[in-house]
Design a protein around this ligand. Sequence first.
Ligand SMILES: NC(=O)c1ccc[n+]([C@@H]2O[C@H](COP(=O)([O-])OP(=O)(O)OC[C@H]3O[C@@H](n4cnc5c(N)ncnc54)[C@H](OP(=O)(O)O)[C@@H]3O)[C@@H](O)[C@H]2O)c1
Length: 243
Amino acid sequence: MADPSISHAGPRVVVVTGANRGLGLEVVRQCAADGDHVLLGSRDAAAGERAAVELAGGRPPRGRVVPIELDVTDADGLGRLAARLRDEFGQVDVLVNNAAVHYDTWQSSADPDLTVVREALETNVLGAWQATLALLPLLRRSAHPRVVMVSSEGGSLASMGGGIPAYHVSKAALNALTRTLAGDLRRDRILVNAVCPGWVATDMGGPGGRPVSEGAAGVVWAAELPDDGPTGGFFRDRRPIDW
Ligand SMILES: NC(=O)c1ccc[n+]([C@@H]2O[C@H](COP(=O)([O-])OP(=O)(O)OC[C@H]3O[C@@H](n4cnc5c(N)ncnc54)[C@H](OP(=O)(O)O)[C@@H]3O)[C@@H](O)[C@H]2O)c1
């Protein structure tokens, strides 16, 4: 068990939410390939185990990728996870808030199912917020802490029109959270940025999007920023995009 009073100098400890499939799983793969120790978060523990086995080429997951049960809407579970990570690692270096729900192309803001809207806000905004709060004491123990909000240009007020209301409003709120957290955590040297992966061929994105590896690369870039890197920004493919 690590001594929590000592800032470790080994591989970075990276936590990725919603990592049992899609973009999150690819972020895990790329971070592990870069030498990080990656906690593959999944709200369904069995799905997380299966994903870790898949990454390990069918072998039992060992070493750098560890599946963990993580539901961003479960505050008690996040508290238990933080205690476990404190005991096992003493710190967290990177949190990637990737989990999201409800790309609601089927509805309009003039006639929405507000249950869907509430669920989107609960997971996409409050989930990312409370996951960050739960791990904040551990991020503060890191020498180079980073928080990445996996957002979407769909949350950009500059280009927003009608449609996809639950998703768009939740991602706009996530962008606002990025800015406020970046400001409030600046004195802790925690870099907080939002990243749009672009249209990516996942369950959420559907067919026709670009390869998941390309979308994930921009997320990993924000997770690996140097100490003099940006904070409070909104990026796609490493370049700033409009809020
Ligand atoms: N795909 C695109 O084109 C695109 C474009 C822009 C932005 N994004 C963003 O990229 C991120 C990943 O999207 P994706 O395309 O990979 O989506 P996806 O394939 O639908 O995967 C979403 C992931 O989030 C998880 N999740 C949902 N609710 C959760 C909760 N309460 N706690 C923990 N995990 C939860 C899902 O777990 P289950 O398997 O248990 O459901 C799944 O692992 C999202 O933030 C999305 O908004 C995607």
